[in-house]
Design a protein around this ligand. Structure first.
Ligand code: NDP
Length: 306
């Protein structure tokens, strides 16, 4: 990664020029850099940022100069200024700082997708959450708690176990343990849903932790992409249901994006969810941020500051 100065054209029709104040670091940025999710190089990494609208192009009515906005899912976020499609920008509530917005907008909407849109969590359910001390985990666990669900978290170290308990996990397992055996010891016949962002290394343990008719929600590949799973494996596990969702399919329509954002801001207003930024890097130090994220040294959320 290199830091370069480029010319930026005035915002075109439907675009707004945004001065970034905080950029969200997400594991998807690593996948893009390594080529797991291919882009044609040279590319500007990053898909999430918060900032201030400085100028709008012809036909833009959703935002105006001076508005504080946040977005996710727009490639090219690792920069100081950019032109963005105005219809992907969402205004940040007065009660939420730019840094917090950049820390939660992609991860929080991902959680909204997981616990409301794919399959609504019910009070009293016990769920299994991998990487429970990570960025998504820091939102998924407390929001699931707010819906009345009990969370078993999985993490890699005792220090992260303490953090996951702080987010609201009632039990925390280390990934070096026999996770399915521990899950069954805690809740008998297995859990009704597993949220698995670790991927290749965790998929089989996730399947073995599910109760009959349970949901295997495999939504990330931090350890590498999941190996193929035969349909018969789902039947053997007890008529399991598997989905591999992507947030951007769930927020493609503006109405859905606004619905998810409203749910997230509401959860923050109620205190159910908060941004937990534990690492800040200068944008110029983005490579160091990637090293930290990939080597499992980060906890909670990370932002890059332009
Ligand atoms: P995290 O902060 O959760 O960081 C990833 C965590 O994964 C690590 O801290 C680590 O936690 C765990 N992990 C397990 N194995 C590995 C490994 N081999 N290498 C690196 N990390 C590993 O990242 P994010 O909050 O940004 O994202 C969490 C997950 O959610 C990612 O997998 C991401 O792809 C996914 N995601 C999916 C979306 C979708 O639309 N499908 C949208 C947004 C995120 P520990 O040390 O405790 O094991």
């Amino acid at each position: 990664m290199v830091f370069e100065t480029l010319e930026l054209a005035p915002p075109g029709p439907g675009q707004a020029r945004v001065r970034h104040t905080a950029i969200g670091l997400n594991f998807i940025d690593v996948y893009t850099r390594t080529g797991l999710y291919p882009v044609a190089p040279p590319a500007i990494l990053g898909v999430e940022a918060a900032g201030v609208v400085e100028e709008v192009g012809p036909g833009v009515t959703l935002v105006a100069p001076g508005d504080r906005v946040v977005y996710n899912g727009l490639p090219g976020a690792y920069c100081t200024y950019r032109n963005a499609p105005a219809d992907r920008l969402v205004k940040i509530p007065d009660t939420v700082s730019d840094e917090d917005a950049a820390a939660v907008f992609l991860k929080g909407l991902t959680v909204w997708m997981l616990i409301f849109e794919i399959r609504r969590l019910s009070p009293g359910e016990t769920i299994l959450v991998w990487a429970a001390a990570g960025g998504v985990g820091s939102i998924l666990t407390p929001w699931a708690n707010a819906l009345g669900a009990r969370v078993i978290g999985v993490v890699s170290t005792p220090e992260k176990a303490d953090i996951a308990r702080g987010y609201g996990c009632s039990e925390v397992l280390l990934d070096s343990e026999d996770v399915p055996a521990r899950v069954r010891a805690i809740c008998g016949g297995g859990v009704p849903v597993v949220y698995d962002s670790v991927g290749r290394a965790s998929a089989e343990a996730s399947l073995k932790s599910l109760a009959p008719k349970g949901w295997f929600v495999t939504y990330g590949n931090a350890s590498g992409p999941v190996d193929p799973i035969a349909p018969a494996r789902l039947n053997q596990g007890g008529s399991l249901i598997m989905t591999r969702p992507g947030l951007f399919h769930y927020t493609h329509h503006r109405a859905d994006l606004e619905r998810g954002a409203a749910a997230l801001w509401g959860a923050m207003r109620s205190g159910a969810v908060r941004a937990d930024i534990r690492q800040r890097f200068a944008l110029r130090e983005a490579a160091g941020a990637h090293h930290a994220l990939e080597s499992r040294r980060t906890k909670g959320a990370t932002v890059l500051i332009p």
